[in-house]
Design a protein around this ligand. Structure first.
Ligand code: PMP
Length: 419
């Protein structure tokens, strides 16, 4: 089952040994958040047991040790993303926080009345709503690059919407609904030819493949640490040094100023501290660094092959079940996600039925209702994989699906409210 991985790793994840209503837990909602290996849990306990104190403020050894751990974590993230400088790495609460930071700072600076902002038709609300709000505030127009029949954005179609009024583009690297991978390198090149900076939402990319921000030439790149085996409430904004250096702070407060008086203009500290107002989630950053090292040590080749094997197995298994339809073609370029629908059965009913078998999947519109609307779907059932998943777990899903019936799980809430 885990043939490509260097060793059996399920024991690294304590939660996998738990049961759900008497059934072993089959956790297939990794695109929402991944489980945490013991190495990450240990890093959190170790930080709180040996180094906990506020960072960058205290002239005593414990505070300096804490600051060192925090900055080491930043360096680990820098290496993982292939960024040039550690000060291009800003710790955030997640992708949502990172996108809001950019829309507020860079977006507000670049986008004025009559300008345009480009997103793609597959965006998660977290990479859509901050841009919509920016446009509403600025009197600008949101332009949506189309998603093609494969469920991905075509670089030429993207280029076609990059007119002279476009000031910034924000695009998903990997769809959180279908797992399709966008040609972001080509898209960024097209945008740069027209002088447009690009923000990439890498929330679903970073857990599944090594990302090289310099290779992509991304101006800004966001991801969520908690989806990449790191702690909840962690995320990263990478930004090219020159771009970040120009931006005003997002939130202001402790840690962001060089000098402040009641009357003189405020002088802010350089990035990244300028974007990390208040006491940061130091333990979270330390845990995220441990997570990135954990995956790196498994080896990206092995992780990729494992991921592909699971996607292929899932697609083959689902195709053999009457009434089940895989959405898109995830096996063409696997990235850890397989979405499907069951004829005549609401995705919530399918999700509830699977839950009774101990299976955790996501059903509904996955915070991307605009994309589901475009595809003409009420919702999907989404299996999303991580390094610890096995083909046997997919077989549990397939077996359970053979007995799903309309209304086999009746939700007592109005489905539209929760979709
Ligand atoms: N973008 C994408 C593509 C996502 O899948 C998610 C998480 N579902 C987000 C953004 C938001 O991430 P977070 O909730 O960690 O801020």
């Amino acid at each position: 089952d885990q043939a490509f991985l260097p060793r059996s790793i399920r024991d690294d994840f304590p939660i996998l040994a738990t049961a759900q209503g008497g059934e072993p837990l089959v956790y297939l909602d990794n695109a929402a958040t991944a489980q945490k290996p013991q190495a990450v849990l240990d890093a959190l306990v170790d930080y709180y047991s040996t180094a906990n104190s506020n960072v960058g403020r205290g002239y005593y050894r414990l505070s300096m040790a804490s600051t060192d751990r925090y900055e080491e974590a930043r360096e680990t993230v820098r290496q993982a993303l292939g960024a040039e400088h550690a000060d291009e790495i800003v710790f955030t609460r997640g992708t949502t926080d990172a996108v809001n930071l950019i829309a507020d700072g860079l977006g507000a600076r670049l986008v004025g009345e009559g300008d345009q902002v480009v997103v793609t038709g597959m965006e998660h609300n977290s990479n859509l709503l901050p841009w919509r709000r920016l446009c509403e505030r600025a009197g600008a127009e949101l332009v949506v690059a189309p998603v093609d029949e494969r469920g991905a954005v075509d670089a030429a179609a993207f280029a076609a919407v990059l007119g002279p009024r476009v000031r910034i583009a924000a695009v998903a690297h990997v769809s959180n609904v279908l797992g399709t991978v966008n040609p972001v390198r080509e898209m960024i090149a097209e945008a740069h030819r027209r002088g447009v900076p690009v923000v990439v939402d890498g929330a679903q990319a970073v857990p599944h493949a090594p990302v090289d921000v310099r290779g992509l030439d991304a101006d800004l790149y966001c991801f969520s640490g908690h989806k990449a085996y790191g702690p909840m409430g962690t995320g990263v904004l990478y930004g090219k040094r020159d771009l970040l250096a120009e931006l005003p702070p997002y939130q202001v407060g402790g840690g962001t100023v060089k000098g402040v008086s009641h009357t003189e203009p405020v002088r802010y500290v350089p990035v990244p501290a300028r974007f990390e107002a208040g006491t940061p989630n130091v333990a979270g950053a330390v845990g995220l660094a441990a997570a990135l090292r954990y995956v790196r040590d498994l080896g990206w080749d092995a992780v990729r092959r494992h991921d592909e094997a699971l996607v292929r197995h899932a697609v083959e298994s689902l195709r053999q079940i009457d009434g089940v339809r895989v959405v898109g073609d995830p096996a063409a370029a696997p990235s850890g996600i397989v979405s499907f629908v069951v004829d005549g059965i609401h995705p919530y009913d399918v999700g509830g039925h699977l839950d009774r078998h101990g299976v955790a999947v996501r059903s509904g519109v996955h915070c991307a209702s605009t994309f589901l609307d475009e595809m003409g779907l009420l919702g999907t059932v989404r299996m999303s994989f991580a390094v610890y998943n096995t083909a046997d777990e997919i077989d549990v899903v397939a077996d359970a699906l053979r007995s799903v019936r309309p209304g086999s799980w009746t939700t007592d809430h109005p489905t539209t409210r929760f979709l």
